[in-house]
Design a protein around this ligand. Structure first.
Ligand SMILES: [Zn+2]
Length: 271
């Protein structure tokens, strides 16, 4: 039986930055039952993957516990950090995956879904390596602008990611980091958990690989979420900075985990 991938966000640690952010024990229990029963859903919509990769299939589960949280970091009491990459997939995705794999590390990639095109295999590579996918919207619009159909942006992105990989994202990173109360309320209704960051080396300004690495290692601390970019706009500097970042984190005895794992959840492999 081919493996199926999904994500569960049980026992999530979160910032109570929104008034309506409350734990949903019922949802947690439902997720646990689904995992134990091997709930895998239907893989008929998943395209055929490259021969070297196992087929992913729908998890039959979407949404985090608690949906609607807006998180900039995880618990400061555990020696874990999450590296995140925006704008995946791109020409640099597989190179990033290789560096992560060489360091036995994983990360969370926020997918610009309209860019998936023929790069679904790159996304599946990330999942197989233990990394996580989140949504970075379908069209990468400033979603706080009037007239943007937030629901359509989120649903289209999730559908495209599921169709390409079988992975159901429950995390959302707003394009340009633009969030306002209206957008937050809409995302809450869509069961998406919003992920910010507390470490930003501004790699998109391509300040140099050494500067990117030193900024990350200076600011990072237990529980940190680091924002980086999977984009040619970084001029390859993020890829060149990544080995030093990973070595530095190891020296600090900080384990790199997915955002879901940082928040106390588990990545599920079913089937
Ligand atoms: Zn972006």
């Amino acid at each position: 039986m081919v493996p199926a991938w999904g994500v569960a966000c049980t026992d999530v640690w979160w910032n109570r930055e929104l008034a309506n952010c409350r734990p949903r024990l019922g949802a947690s229990l439902a997720i646990a039952v689904a995992a134990l029963s091997g709930c895998g859903g239907n893989d008929a919509t998943a395209p055929a993957p490259p021969a070297s990769l196992p087929t992913a299939q729908r998890s039959g589960y979407s949404g985090c516990t608690p949906p609607g949280a807006f998180l900039r970091h995880g618990s400061r009491r555990e020696q874990k950090v999450a590296l995140t990459f925006d704008d995946t997939p791109s020409a640099t995705t597989l190179a990033l995956a290789k560096v992560l794999s060489d360091h036995d590390a994983k990360a969370t990639f926020f997918v610009f879904a309209n860019q998936i095109g023929d790069q679904a295999g790159s996304l599946r590579r990330l999942i197989v390596d233990g990394s996580e996918l989140g949504s970075h919207s379908y069209s990468h619009l400033n979603m706080t602008e009037p007239g943007v159909d937030v629901g359509q942006e989120v649903r289209k992105a999730n559908s495209a990611i599921e169709a390409a990989t079988g992975f159901t994202p429950c995390l959302f990173r707003a394009p340009y980091g633009k969030l306002d109360p209206v957008l937050v309320r809409q995302l809450v209704r869509l069961d998406m958990t919003m992920i910010g960051w507390d470490v930003d080396p501004a790699d998109w300004e391509h300040p140099g690989a050494e500067v990117i690495a030193s900024r990350v290692l200076k600011d990072v601390r237990p529980g940190s979420i680091v924002v980086l970019h999977d984009s040619p706009e970084t001029q390859g500097q993020t890829i060149r900075a990544l080995p030093a970042i990973l070595d530095g984190l190891a020296t600090k005895r900080l384990e790199t985990v997915t955002v879901t794992e940082l928040l106390g959840g588990r990545m599920l492999r079913q089937g």
